[in-house]
Design a binder for this molecule. Structure first.
Ligand code: ATP
Length: 578
């Protein structure tokens, strides 16, 4: 079978089967059957066509032909009045099916997918004054040679509405089915796809060069999927996982993958769209770049006349197809390079981030290009320093920080704990210390039993409700003499009842309640949301704030109980994970 040319009619018949089932499994099965009959020179074309395209996703497929033009074309091909074709279209609602309903002829030799592909490609290349007429003439010729079912799908491709109801992911499954009749190799194929977003090439390698599937395919000019950024569960979690992390500012701009190759520069967006034409200023920056080939990961961010960062909304105004020169003048941009993916013939995706950044520095050390920067990267090993850097960057106008595992590889398309974002709107900061009042205490266990006190329950003040709400149970940081002092002093102000001004969850009731009197300074790693503590709980909100890893620092005799940290301060400082 593979020696014969794959006919577009066969493809169209499969398209119809795929369209007529809503089962993803069946769609996958039909696709794999279809892929199996394609030979080496057809498979990439088949993949593009089955996605309604004549090129990989990152290259534009612009037919610039609307339904109106197709209606006129049909009218000529089938010798029917335009208005009748139009009313058929209004009745059916699908330009493909309209062709089937008005055109029943089938003449000439069936066309191969290569023929159809070349004709479609030719149409996209027709430009200029009479382009609509010239494109129409090519299509009229084509329609006269084909069967109704072929016309149905060609028309849909041309107007950009193929409607087969599957995505690139289904194609990955189908390729796996071609290889061994199941989805077993899907992950392997996906890995290849994430490196090389040309799905036609992925299918060709997977099916015809099986032994090469697991090789690295980073090809300048073909965008790879961007490595993605996750959110940490909590800041503590970061240092539970990594001893040291790199911290970079988080730019609130647009992701940009820069490809420098064969004397050209190409730019791709987060979604792998080719955005080169929208940023001629950036392309110029790389004009004199002293490397042969490189792929860099970066963020573009607009700046005002004082070189202050613009908001994301304003930067994104640059993403325009028209009046580009004006936009370049109105919205100058800075570009921050934060990763190196490829350099002079060598892929860096399997090299650890610390080494990638070192190399990046090497490359850039002699380069001084206005508006082009290498991202500042700091090595950090504790929460306090991370907090300070985070705050500094916020003050400088960044969106937050991105925390990265120095050993992380550049895994395209993958979102995991290796890169974590901390944004100012989802996380407002860590209070170094808070002042809290002691609400009660718990008897000590183990070595602490001899003191009769092991931990205290502490609260902050909610001004609006005029009450003290618990925020932490704290047993760490007390020296023996602190415990002795506390036991003595707290017993003097014991209360048999829950004092009126306390709002505490039953699960946290202390062994001994005390009147609000003693203010203590508590340090914590961060503020997190909690189901047991009542700080910040109101009718709408059933989750309160709590201090994570609270430690006693010292007593605050100089503070009255109403001067302690208030709920509103906690709300400002508290993290509100989105
Ligand atoms: P997604 O993670 O799906 O891209 P998103 O579009 O909402 O989600 P953000 O929440 O803004 O993105 O965070 C991730 C983005 O942050 C990255 O895609 C990148 O564009 C940007 N970014 C800014 N600074 C950096 C940096 N130093 N390192 C990596 N990415 C950065």
């Amino acid at each position: 079978m593979k020696n014969n040319k794959l006919l577009f009619k066969t493809v169209a018949e499969y398209f119809e089967k795929i369209e007529n089932t809503s089962s993803r499994n069946e769609k996958t099965k039909y696709l794999s059957e279809l892929f199996e009959v394609a030979n080496r020179d057809e498979i990439d074309i088949l993949i593009y066509l089955s996605l309604g395209r004549i090129s990989p996703m990152y290259e534009k497929t612009d037919f610039n032909i609307g339904v109106k033009t197709i209606i006129n074309i049909y009218s000529k091909v089938a010798s029917i009045e335009s208005k009748d074709v139009k009313s058929k279209y209004q009745e059916i609602g699908d330009i493909g099916e309209v062709f089937e309903s008005i055109y029943r002829n089938s003449v000439g030799d069936p066309l191969s997918i290569n023929n159809v592909f070349n004709i479609l490609k030719k149409i996209t290349q027709i430009k200029g004054k009479d382009s609509v007429d010239n494109k129409s003439n090519v299509l009229i010729d084509l329609y006269k040679k084909i069967t109704p079912i072929e016309g149905k799908y060609i028309s849909r491709i041309v107007v950009g509405d193929l409607r087969l109801g599957f995505s690139d992911k289904t194609i990955l499954d189908a390729i796996s089915f071609v290889l061994n009749g199941n989805k077993k190799d899907r992950k392997l194929i996906e890995k290849l796809y994430f490196q090389c977003s040309d799905l036609g090439m992925v299918a060709k390698i997977s099916i015809f060069e099986k032994d090469l599937i697991d090789k690295v395919y980073i090809i300048p000019g073909i965008p790879l999927f961007a490595k993605l950024v996750d959110r940490p569960k909590s800041l503590g979690d970061i240092f539970n996982r990594f001893k040291k992390v790199f911290v970079q500012p988080k730019y609130d701009g647009m992701r940009c993958q820069i490809h420098i190759f064969q004397g050209k520069v190409k730019l791709f967006s987060r979604n792998l769209d080719d955005i080169t034409e929208m940023y001629p200023d950036i392309v110029n920056l790389f004009g004199e770049f002293p490397v042969n080939t490189a792929i860099l990961d970066s963020e573009i961010i607009g700046v005002d006349s004082d070189n202050k960062f613009l908001t994301f909304q304003n930067t994104s105004q640059r993403k325009r197809k028209y009046n580009i020169d004006q936009k370049v003048a109105d919205i100058p941009v800075n570009i921050f390079i934060f990763d190196l993916i490829y350099l002079n013939g060598e892929s860096f995706i399997n090299i650890s981030l610390d080494k990638r950044l070192e190399k990046l520095k090497d490359v850039f050390q002699y380069i001084n290009i206005k508006n082009l920067f290498i991202s500042e990267t700091k090595l950090v090993s504790d929460i306090d320093t991370l907090n300070k850097i985070f705050r500094k960057y916020i003050e400088l106008g960044f969106e937050g920080v991105v925390v990265k595992n120095p050993h992380s590889l550049y895994t395209p398309g993958v979102r995991n704990v290796d890169w974590l974002k901390i944004k100012k709107d989802s996380y407002v900061g860590i209070v170094d210390t808070i002042d809290a009042v002691i609400i009660g205490y718990y008897y000590g266990r183990g070595v602490r039993s001899k003191f009769g006190i092991g931990a205290v329950l502490a609260g902050i003040y909610n001004k609006k409700e005029d009450r003290f709400e618990s925020i932490c149970k704290i047993g760490t940081g007390f020296k023996d003499n602190d415990l002795v002092f506390l036991k003595k002093k707290l017993d003097e102000i014991k209360s048999d009842e829950v004092p009126d001004q306390y709002f505490v969850n039953k699960n946290l009731y202390p062994d001994v309640w005390v009147e609000p009197k003693y203010v203590i300074v508590v340090k914590s790693d961060e503020i997190s949301r909690s189901k047991v503590h009542t700080a910040g709980i109101n009718k709408k909100n059933t989750i309160g704030y709590a201090l994570r890893f609270p430690r006693f620092i010292n007593f605050r005799d100089d503070k009255g109980i109403y001067d302690i940290t208030s709920l509103s301060e906690i709300e400002i400082y508290g993290e509100k994970w989105k």
